[in-house]
Design a protein around this ligand. Structure first.
Ligand code: ADP
Ligand code: ADP
Length: 226
């Protein structure tokens, strides 16, 4: 589903250059859930941004579904630590944003958006504004928006990091349910080893200076698969 080939990223700053990634190679199979673990600054976010088409690498490439990633794509859904919900739009309006951008039939998109809000437990909050939601609920709204375009690949950068432990646990279970139901391919960044082991088919461990993948192992735990 996704391939990373000889990827290097060097940031240029006023004080010199920072080698964020050096010759990174990785792949994610179709329907596979892969987690990246590693210390702060090892290049996890950089890798995810390149994969999302939000950052051009210095060399190497990322391909998704056989096509080279050169910008944001409909096949790829992205979630960050804090979802950027527009405060002047309702929850439903926020989930529908991609439909506006893509010029979709809004009536069809709306029924799909309501289904997704149901899936993430926010159906009753469709007409509320983001400021009326708790952090966990905002994060769920972000997940619903990410899923609206039905991307084959989900890229998530510590999506639950800002949440309390209970909410985090609940959303982790929800994410696993969505992944199993819809057979998405997922690249997930977390600092939580239990979360990585619980969710993943495979774990990549990165080290810093320069950012490289130093371990790549399969997690062989029995888990419900549909
Ligand atoms: P992680 O997500 O693992 O914490 P990042 O990908 O954010 O790591 O950062 C990798 C390295 O690149 C770090 O040394 C960081 O300081 C540097 N870096 C990240 N973003 C930028 C940027 N926009 N400009 C300059 N350096 C950056
Ligand atoms: P989460 O687990 O999503 O962070 P909370 O534990 O903060 O949610 O809230 C539990 C429940 O309380 C929510 O499902 C919601 O019904 C209600 N709730 C929380 N915050 C708000 C709010 N700001 N406005 C309205 N209802 C809220």
């Amino acid at each position: 589903m996704m391939g990373v080939q000889d990827l290097s990223v060097v940031y240029r700053t006023r004080r010199g250059t920072i080698e964020a990634l050096r010759d990174v190679n990785a792949s994610i199979g179709s329907g596979e859930f892969v987690t990246i673990l590693g210390p702060s600054g090892c290049g996890k976010s950089t890798l995810l941004k390149v994969a999302a088409g939000l950052l051009t690498p210095s060399s190497g490439s990322v391909s998704v579904a056989g096509r080279r990633v050169e910008g944001p794509s409909q096949d790829i859904g992205v979630a960050f630590q804090k979802p950027t919900l527009l405060p002047w739009k309702t929850v439903l309006g926020n989930v529908l944003l991609p439909a506006h951008t893509l010029g979709w039939d809004l009536r069809k998109a709306e029924s799909r958006a309501l289904e997704l809000l149901d899936l993430v437990g926010l159906r009753d909050f469709a007409d509320n504004y983001p400021t009326e939601l708790s952090g966990g609920m905002q994060q769920r709204a972000g997940l619903a928006r990410m899923l609206l375009r039905d991307p084959k690949l989900l890229l998530m950068d510590e999506p639950f990091a800002a949440l309390d432990a209970m909410t985090r646990e609940a959303l982790t279970l929800e994410l696993q349910r969505i992944w199993m139901r819809d057979k998405k391919s997922v690249l997930f960044i977390t600092h939580s080893i239990p979360e990585a082991v619980f969710l993943s088919d495979r774990v990549l461990v990165m080290s810093a200076r320069p950012g490289r993948i130093v371990e790549n192992f399969a997690v062989d735990l029995p888990r419900p698969r549909s």
